[in-house]
Design a protein around this ligand. Structure first.
Ligand SMILES: Cc1cc2nc3c(=O)[nH]c(=O)nc-3n(C[C@H](O)[C@H](O)[C@H](O)COP(=O)(O)O)c2cc1C
Length: 202
């Protein structure tokens, strides 16, 4: 919803166009959470306000890959990754309903989530852009499920495609982790406010 740095920026057609003073998305008595049977109020902030607020949440950067049986391998940059559950081991990420790889990810049984290392910014940009073959020249190996695994990633989660939830303009994918690995001491690539960073310990 809030991508930049080469990623897709999807407009939010339902947003009311009213500026928020002091760059705040307000939560007032008028729009506090309602009982489940009621509907949410129309947002009183713009999609730009929303994206800027979301951009204050620094994330890692992943490339989610799959190679469905009988199909071509697919992959895209995604920062919507998060953990869900330790037992069973579950993670989530969300995919735009406009994504070219939606059919491959929806129908396939497995995918791999590659957590990028700080030195892999160019890969993040490539997998968010219009390259004819995003995988060309990329150092890869094939995971146990057949999904491409990116060499040098800080961590990898190989997932069974457990469940999906359509919400708004994205589909939330919940993956059950069958295998995971990590590179001890690797510095992760960080995304915040439309820019890439690496970590700076406090
Ligand atoms: C840092 C970053 C994070 C992104 N996160 C997501 C995401 O979580 N979900 C998503 O659908 N697109 C995300 N995108 C946008 C996709 O990478 C981009 O739209 C890509 O072209 C989609 O692949 P497709 O062209 O095969 O549909 C992100 C882009 C960037 C640069």
């Amino acid at each position: 919803m809030e991508y930049a740095a080469g990623g897709e920026l999807i407009p939010w057609p339902g947003a009311a166009l009213r500026a928020i003073p002091h760059n705040r998305c307000t939560m007032t008595t008028r729009n506090r959470p309602q009982a489940p049977s009621q509907r949410a109020r129309v947002p009183d902030f713009t999609s730009t306000d929303f994206r800027q607020a979301l951009g204050m949440f620094a994330t890692g950067v992943t490339i989610v890959t799959a190679h469905p049986a009988g199909g071509a391998r697919v992959g895209l940059t995604a920062n919507s990754f998060n953990s869900v559950s330790l037992a069973p081991p579950l993670v989530l990420w969300s995919l735009s309903r406009h994504a070219g790889a939606m059919a491959a990810f929806s129908s396939g049984s497995h995918y791999a989530i590659n957590i990028l290392a700080a030195g892999q910014r160019a890969l993040a940009e490539r997998f968010a852009g219009p390259a004819a073959d995003r995988f060309e020249g990329v150092a890869l190996r094939t995971g146990a499920s057949g999904a491409p695994i990116i060499e040098g990633a800080a961590a990898v989660f190989e997932c069974f495609n457990r469940s999906r939830y359509e919400e708004g303009d994205h589909t939330i994918f919940v993956g059950e982790v069958e295998r995971c690995e990590w590179r001890a001491g690797a510095s992760p690539l960080i995304f915040h406010g439309g820019r890439y960073y690496t970590e700076l310990p406090l």
